[in-house]
Design a protein around this ligand. Structure first.
Ligand code: AMP
Length: 489
């Protein structure tokens, strides 16, 4: 299927061609006709699926009738509001809006906190049709009466689950109360908790449900490895691993907290490894600079928190290291999605201390894969790492060690790999036949090519499997619709 079959106007098709896109992604095939038809949408899709164009292209198409080259601000009221949880994500969406609207006389801007409000006020005064904003700063403008939302026709809430994590839902509710009831609304989220469903219930009218299959989150091109290590030795192990990586390889390291983020970057710098940190407490300018330095290769290691890194369009990286495992298993999928893209090989390395074992269990359950564990000699885990429930996990014998971990292990301080007899005793575990590592516990074969469940998952039209049909508006009550996405991804 091509973009020209989706009913988009020539100005938008031209911009799409210039962006180098030849065919729409599954979410674009599904969302574009639904949004063009004026329906509200509840979208289950993650960053990386092409969802930004999925909502921006039809939005621009619908706004095109208002396009005006008049200089009068009155001819350019705010008609579309796109809310994103972080400044980086808002900027990214804004860049997309600018790119796809370049052949239309529609004005857009991006407003976010942490920077001077005045330039934003000047911009808003000129008259702007499309505003991409983070919730807090938008409310600041509302309070100062520097933005009028009375003519908003389109509302898009991106990454609603992240908004929830960041405590923005009350702000979103305040914003909803300021918008005209007669509008088209789209809500995108990777997961659908009860709270998100409640919000959707309040925000959407008879929404069409669109869901795209998750990305191939455990692509066979990614090697997952866990290094059990005591928390006190993690920093040294990280430096050790980075030093034994190919010099040219950049590494993205994830940590839990802003505090740990900066400290770890400083630690690496002190040990001769060029590193920087990106987290929510940095000024916007500093975050942008850091990201640019990493993208251009000036900085070799970027230490990031999930919030700062979420949704960032970072090119494919050879390896991602979880200095700490994320609290939610879905974040593991987001994190490792930075590597092993487009068939390239990638490494997802996790440094796991004893107290993180339950997070590891959750991750393995979600990705349906038992991750290989390997102790790097000289960097032992806490003595209780393999106790009790830890004993369920397979200890890796040397022969099954992945080839890519060899350099680090071989050159580790302390010389030779530990012999089995040196390791803590393995407590009894039920004997079971070992499956090849690409076969998950439930029999799913990860070595087979990924097949997008490219279904048109609009509740009420389940029989349709082709994305080019315009789905029928569902007559079912919203609560039922939302139940359809109730499971966690
Ligand atoms: P998103 O999920 O919106 O963050 O998009 C992820 C990346 O996919 C961005 O770098 C987009 O430029 C790119 N992209 C979006 N749509 C397409 C398409 N139809 N073909 C190729 N790349 C695309």
């Amino acid at each position: 299927m091509s973009f020209s079959e989706l009913g988009l106007i020539p100005e938008i098709l031209r911009a799409v061609t210039e962006a180098g896109y030849t065919e729409p992604t599954p979410i674009q095939r599904q969302a574009i006709p639904v949004v063009l038809a004026g329906h509200d949408v509840m979208g289950g899709a993650q960053t990386g699926t092409g969802k930004t164009a999925g909502f921006t292209l039809p939005l621009l198409n619908r706004l095109a009738r208002h396009a005006s080259s008049s200089t009068s601000p009155a001819r350019h009221p705010v008609r579309a509001l796109i809310l994103a949880p972080t400044r980086e994500l808002a900027m990214q969406v804004y860049e997309s809006v600018k790119m796809y609207s370049k052949h239309l006389p529609l004005r857009s801007t991006c407003i976010y906190g942490g920077v001077d409000m005045n330039p934003q006020i000047q911009e808003l005064r000129r008259g702007i049709e499309i505003v991409v904003a983070t919730p807090g700063r938008l409310l600041d403008h509302v309070q100062q009466k520097t933005i009028a939302l009375g003519q908003v026709e389109f509302l898009i809430l991106d990454e609603a689950d992240r908004m929830l994590d960041m405590g923005f839902i009350p702000d979103i509710r305040r914003i909803l109360a300021l918008l005209p009831a007669n509008r088209q609304s789209l809500l995108f989220s990777a997961t659908f908790s009860d709270e998100i469903k409640k919000l959707a219930d309040q925000m959407l009218k008879n929404p069409q449900l669109i869901e795209v299959a998750r990305r191939n989150m455990v692509s066979e091109t990614i090697t997952h490895i866990v290094h059990p290590v005591s928390s006190g030795l993690k920093r040294n192990l990280l430096a050790h691993i980075v030093r034994h990586e190919d010099e040219a390889n950049q590494v993205l390291v994830f940590v839990d907290t802003k505090f740990a983020c900066s400290r770890l970057a400083h630690f690496l710098e002190r040990h001769g490894i060029s590193a920087d940190a990106i987290h929510g407490d940095k000024t916007q300018q500093a975050r942008t600079e850091t990201l640019e330095n990493f993208k251009s290769g000036k900085v070799r290691v970027l230490v990031a928190t999930d919030v700062a890194a979420r949704g960032l369009d970072i090119e494919d990286l050879p390896s991602v290291i979880n200095f700490e495992l994320p609290h939610t298993a879905e974040d593991y999928v987001h994190r490792i999605g930075r590597t092993g893209r487009a068939g390239k090989s990638g490494k997802a390395v996790s440094l796991v201390s004893s107290e993180e074992r339950h997070r590891l269990a959750d991750i393995q359950k979600l990705i349906k894969l038992e991750i290989r564990q390997e102790i790097v000699p000289g960097y032992d885990p806490e003595p209780d790492f393999f106790d009790a429930d830890g004993s369920r996990r397979r200890r890796t014998a040397a022969p099954s060690r992945p080839a890519d971990a060899a350099p680090a292990a071989a050159a580790a301080p302390g010389g030779e790999r530990r012999k089995r007899s040196d390791r803590p005793e393995r407590s009894e575990r039920p004997s079971r036949s070992r499956q090849p590592s690409h076969i998950a516990a439930d029999g799913f074969d990860f070595s087979k090519p990924y097949q997008q469940k490219d279904k048109l998952s609009v509740t009420g039209s389940e029989g349709e499997s082709e994305g080019n049909a315009i789905p029928q508006k569902s007559q079912r009550p919203i609560a039922f619709l939302l139940g359809g996405l109730g499971r966690k991804h």
